[in-house]
Design a protein around this ligand. Sequence first.
Ligand SMILES: [Zn+2]
Length: 395
Amino acid sequence: MDRFEQEHSQNQNRHRILQALRLHGPLARVDLGSIVSLSPASVSSITGDLIRDGLIREVPGGESGRGRGRPKVLIELTPQAACMVAVKLSINRIEVALGDFAGGIGPVAVRALNTLELTGEALIGHFADMIDACIKSIPADFGPLTGIGLAIQGLVHKNETLVWSPALSIRNHNIAAPLAERFRLPVIAMNDADCIALSIRHRAELEAIENLAVVMLGTGVGMGLILGGRLHSASSGAGAEFGHTKYQIDGPLCHCGRRGCIESFVGDYALYRDARSMLDLPNTDALHPSEEQMQALVDLAQSGHPVATSLFQQAGRALGYGLSNLIALIGPDLILVTGSGVRGYEQMEPEMRRALDEALVDTLLTQTEIRPYPWTADLTIRGIVLQVLDGVRGG
Ligand SMILES: [Zn+2]
């Protein structure tokens, strides 16, 4: 191994140790060594360097009492060692928060606005204002600001160009470069469903799953795909547009302007639109019924109301056929269904399973587990924080 290779492998080991601590939380050196498959001598030498560099620390008063013999000292990431700014754009809403080195998130600043009216310049202006305010709030004892991450509802090309978003009228706009220039920091933009997939996989119990699809139900229907342990980005950078694969030729109109997409049956706006055409329900902003309105529809289905029940059955069927195509093409080990729309999962599941049974041969059906995953709104921001931190090699 020449000097370059040696340094490279040392940097990689530092990175793996930092990632393991971010994933598992405080660990004793011996447990850390077995997670990253390094000898006690290597772990001790690298953690010594990282402690000296201020990136990790021994947990104050934290000793693992497990096992016999000397109590083991736990080590953890130093949250203040570095930080980043996370931005989330969704329909009529921008959120910004500070992410710390351990992957923690500070208070979230929210700006409500009509995003469809924004020009590219105005959008960047709002981002920049909010990022500025976030940077001003960084506590004095925090280390360097390492980057800015943008989690975008919509398609993002090459981590910089917003191709299309249901939240915006602008198209094909580079949203990373102007911010990178203004703040002199690396900026990456990502699809929100990809952020959510990263965030969900970043759990010790899911770490071993190589092929994971995270299907997001809500206003739209998105998907983040992890293949071979890595986030899959299509060559267009568009991510997996699961929601716009087709279920019914000449079917209902979809948000994307085409007809019969899975989203045009399963998306919140689609369910509410169809419900309103048959039931006396309050009018809503056509594109986004409120959480209360959607929950009321779920409650109606749960109480056995025939119209609401049949809508969720129809949605479940569209979702089931969509998942069957995904399984036939890719065969993920696990499909997790999440997003705010997971509120209606129970109402959709029986028909979804029936559709899967109809569509797939048994061998395919049994290779993929499908289950709901509880939704929390901070999964998106957590994902973009982890992605930016992943670029901090600590080397
Ligand atoms: Zn569509």
